[in-house]
Design a binder for this molecule. Structure first.
Ligand code: SF4
Length: 336
C-alpha cells in the first residue's frame, strides 16, 4: 500500500522548522508581437517537503532544474505563484514585507559566489555587522564585539575586519558570507551552491565548518547543489529535482545505496568513483534536458528514460511513499 504525498510518521515528534506544500513558481514569458498565448517557465512546479530542527536537506539536480528558484521562493526573495510556505508552523506565504521581517531574521541565505554576494566597497567588519544595524540590535563597540566573535567562530580573526573583499581568498570570503548569515542567530539557512566556486580542499573545510555550526547552534539547512559528493557529505536527507519537480526524496544512505527513480540512478551512475578499478552499471540518460517552458506531458523524465512506456507519456506519476520515509515519483514503483 502506498501513500500519496505523505511522509512516514516515524519523525512526527521531531520539531519541524520548515514545511512547504505544493510550492510553484511560474515565470511569465514576454509574448511575441503576434502571439496571443501566454507562455510560462515552469521553474518550480508543485514542490512539497519539510525540514526538521538540526537537519540538513540536500536539494540536488542538474543546472536549470529549478532548485535555486525553490530556495529564493522559500525566503520570499521572489514571490510564489502558488503553494504554502510555513516557517516554525507560521504560514509566511502571503505576509507583507513588513510582517515578514521578524521571520527573515531567523531565515538566512548564503549565496553561491562569495565575490558577487558582498559589497566590494564595504570592509569585512561592515559587511558582517550590517544586519545588526538593519535590525537595530547593536551599534558601535557592541556591534564590533559581536562581529569579532562571529568572525572568530567561522575561522577568521579581528584582523580581517578592516580588510576589503578583494583582499580575501574565495574560502575566506565564503566564511564571511556564513558569518553574516550567522550573526542574527538564525534557525534556518539556505546554502545555494556555497562551495561550488571553491577548490576541493577548501570545500571540505567550509562543509565541515557548516556541520560544526549546525551542532553548536541547532541550525537547519536547505543545501542546494548539483554536486553529489557534496550533498552526500553534508545531508541527512536528499531530494532529487528534475525539471521543476521532486522525483525522489529519502535519507542519504538509502538514496546512495538503493535509488529507485531512473533519473536518480542515472545521476549516481554518471558520478565519478574514487576507485578506478571498481566497475559499476551505467544507467543511460537519453537525449537533452527538455525546456521548462514546454515540459513533456506525463512524466517529465519520459523523453530521457530508458524504461519509458505508453502511460509515462500521458499520465504524470505522483510523489508516493514506497517505503517509510522514501518518496518516489515513477509509475514503475506504484504497485509496490
Ligand atoms: Fe521513466 Fe516512466 Fe518512471 Fe518516468 S514514470 S521515470 S518515464 S518509468
Amino acid at each position: 500500500m502506498v501513500n500519496e504525498h505523505k511522509v512516514s510518521d516515524v519523525n512526527k515528534n521531531i520539531e519541524m522548522v520548515l514545511e512547504i506544500q505544493d510550492l510553484k513558481k511560474h515565470y511569465l514569458l514576454r509574448a511575441g508581437m503576434l502571439s496571443k498565448k501566454k507562455r510560462y517557465v515552469y521553474a518550480a512546479d508543485g514542490i512539497t517537503f519539510s525540514i526538521n530542527a538540526c537537519e540538513t536537506l540536500g536539494l540536488v539536480g542538474e543546472s536549470g532544474c529549478g532548485k535555486s528558484t525553490v530556495g529564493k521562493t522559500i525566503l520570499r526573495l521572489i514571490d510564489p505563484t502558488d503553494g504554502i510556505i510555513k516557517f516554525r508552523s507560521v504560514d509566511i506565504t502571503n505576509l507583507s514585507r513588513f510582517e515578514l521581517r521578524k521571520y527573515r531574521r531567523e531565515m538566512q541565505f548564503v549565496f553561491q559566489d562569495p565575490y558577487f554576494s558582498v559589497n566590494p566597497r564595504m570592509s569585512i567588519g561592515s559587511i558582517v555587522g550590517e544586519p545588526l544595524e538593519n535590525y537595530k540590535l547593536a551599534r558601535g563597540q557592541k556591534k564590533d564585539d559581536i562581529v569579532e566573535a562571529t568572525l572568530n567562530r567561522v575561522g577568521l580573526s579581528s584582523e580581517h575586519m578592516e580588510k576589503y573583499p578583494h583582499q580575501m581568498s574565495g574560502g575566506q570570503l565564503q566564511r564571511v558570507g556564513i558569518a553574516r548569515a550567522l550573526i542574527l542567530n538564525p534557525k534556518f539557512i539556505i546554502c545555494d551552491e556555497v562551495v561550488s566556486a571553491l577548490d576541493v580542499s577548501v570545500q571540505a573545510q567550509v562543509l565541515n565548518l557548516l556541520m560544526d555550526l549546525q551542532e553548536e547552534y541547532r541550525l537547519s539547512y536547505l543545501f542546494i547543489t548539483h554536486d553529489l559528493a557534496v550533498v552526500e557529505h553534508i545531508s541527512h536527507r536528499i531530494a532529487v529535482m528534475y525539471l521543476g519537480k521532486i522525483v525522489e526524496l529519502t535519507d542519504r544512505e538509502t538514496l546512495f545505496v538503493t535509488p529507485q527513480h531512473p533519473y536518480t540512478q542515472a545521476l549516481l551512475s554518471a558520478a565519478p568513483i574514487p576507485d578506478p578499478t571498481a566497475r559499476k552499471e551505467r544507467t543511460l540518460l537519453l537525449g537533452d534536458v527538455p525546456s521548462p517552458v514546454n515540459p513533456p506531458k506525463g512524466c517529465r523524465f519520459n523523453t530521457r528514460c530508458q524504461y519509458s512506456e505508453q502511460r509515462c507519456r500521458v499520465q504524470e506519476p505522483k510523489l508516493r511513499e514506497t517505503a517509510p520515509g522514501h518518496l518516489v515519483a515513477c509509475h514503475l514503483h506504484e504497485a509496490s
